[in-house]
Design a protein around this ligand. Structure first.
Ligand code: PLP
Length: 427
């Protein structure tokens, strides 16, 4: 075996070497075939090796691979911004700021929110409120908003902020209530936090419409986001929707927030936006957010060398066009229902399955020791990792998530295959 100097997620673990991808399948150097059951990290949403996308990237790179954003604009970046504005389901106009990862997108969102208030002379509004059992990214700003204990604990001294609000986690309601009698206590808790901290100190509230990696897919009850938006508006606080995992069709709507018809002030996108073909992510800011910036300094204080890279923008544009042309949002909605129903049946025969939940092709399965008491799996035994390894041996790739029971990764999985999956493959 050749020596390896590559730092991998777990240095004492075995990683097969991937050499090829086609449709919903990946192949390793031993010729083994894997079904990409979670689209990598909920990313490869149109599957692998799609010729249209490769052609679009090739054509772009023949002409122009790189320009710096402070020197040039380009057609792919301009057209992608127009396309994103077109697919947002509201009358509001959204401007795009391109970055390279979901972490950069949420961190840019937090900076834009703060800048929005500064440009109006509100220098005290600097706090970003967020929820426990959430994940907004690994860079320090994004991590400080994330309610993910395992990812925070090592860097705690560097983290400026800390989540303040409980998640909408109906299977294990933090308030021991049940919907609808709960009267959405979890949403009202935001107002309690605002009153405690003082709205004059708060720039924004950020949330994943459907919690992904930190919670194993938590879908909030109806009315939750409407209440959240009302509270934000009442207290002059911007609402940031982190659609990095849920955006661009994953949940059976173009944006997961479309399920509740709520217009966020800022939207963070990544992952499925380019479906893994190139690193690109975006922060979308509404006209309301941009107005004071356009009137004031006229410059968003953020940016990276590779922001709005033309090759990545061409890839993302081709991916979104592909999703529209092949009606993959609708397919995600329909096939998600089919997959959910099939998984529900496993609950009867598998006593370790506690809860199955999701929207479209983003489905979480939470494991328990006891279905009745919902006693979590003993996390020290690493049973979820064993399940994931066993599935991989059988040729199915899955994504681990924390159920949030004690904030540790390891007791839920996310099933989120490419949106092009067919019913017989789901079966
Ligand atoms: N926001 C959400 C909701 C995510 O799920 C993730 C990644 O899993 C991120 C942000 C960070 O994205 P990235 O890993 O591309 O930096």
């Amino acid at each position: 075996m050749k020596e390896s100097l590559l730092i991998k997620p777990l240095m004492n673990d075995f990683y097969p070497k991937a050499v090829r991808g086609s449709g919903i399948y990946l192949y390793d150097d031993q010729g083994k075939k894997y079904m990409d059951g979670s689209s990598g990290a909920i990313t490869a949403s149109i599957g692998h090796g799609v010729k249209n996308i490769i052609k679009a990237m090739h054509n772009q790179s023949k002409n122009l691979s790189f320009v710096y954003r402070s020197q040039f604009t380009t057609d792919p970046a301009e057209n992608l911004a127009l396309k994103l504005n077109e697919i947002v389901n509201t009358d509001e106009r959204y401007w795009s700021f391109f970055v390279n990862s979901g972490s950069e997108a949420t961190e840019t969102a937090m900076k834009m929110a703060i800048q929005h208030w500064q440009e109006q002379g509100d220098y005290k509004k600097t706090k970003i409120l967020s929820r426990w059992i959430s994940y907004h990214g690994i860079t320090l700003g994004a991590l400080s908003m994330s309610g993910h204990v395992t990812r925070r604990e090592r860097f705690q001294p560097l983290l400026e902020d800390c989540p303040t609000v409980s998640p909408p986690y109906c299977y294990r309601c933090p308030f021991k209530k049940s919907y609808p009698d709960c009267n959405l206590t979890c949403a009202s808790e935001l107002e309690t936090a605002i009153n405690r901290i003082g709205s004059e100190h708060i720039a924004a509230f950020i949330a994943e419409p459907i919690v992904g990696a930190a919670g194993g897919v938590l879908v909030p009850p109806d009315g939750y986001y409407q209440r959240i938006k009302q509270i934000c508006e009442k207290h002059r606080i911007l609402f940031i929707s982190d659609e990095v995992m849920t955006g661009i069709g994953r949940t059976g709507k173009m944006f997961a927030m479309d399920y509740w018809n709520v217009s966020p002030d800022i939207i963070a996108l990544g992952k499925g936006m380019s479906a893994g073909y190139a690193p690109i992510a975006a922060t979308l800011a509404s006209e309301k957010v941009m107005k004071p910036i356009l009137k004031g300094s006229k410059s968003v204080m953020s940016g990276h060398t590779y922001s709005a890279n033309p090759q990545s923008a061409a890839a993302a544009l081709a991916v979104i066009n592909y999703i529209e042309k092949h009606q993959l949002v609708k397919k995600s909605y329909e096939n998600g229902k089919y997959l959910l129903a099939k998984l529900e049946r496993l609950k009867k025969s598998h006593p370790i399955i506690g809860d199955i939940r999701g929207k479209g092709l983003m489905i979480g399965v939470e494991f328990v020791s006891n279905q009745m008491t919902k006693e979590p799996l003993p996390s020290e035994k690493g049973l979820t990792n064993k399940i994931i390894k066993c599935a991989r041996e059988k040729g199915l790739l899955l994504y681990p998530a924390s159920s949030g029971v004690d904030g540790r990764v390891g007791d839920a999985i996310i099933i989120a295959p490419p949106l092009v999956i067919k019913k017989r493959e789901i079966k």
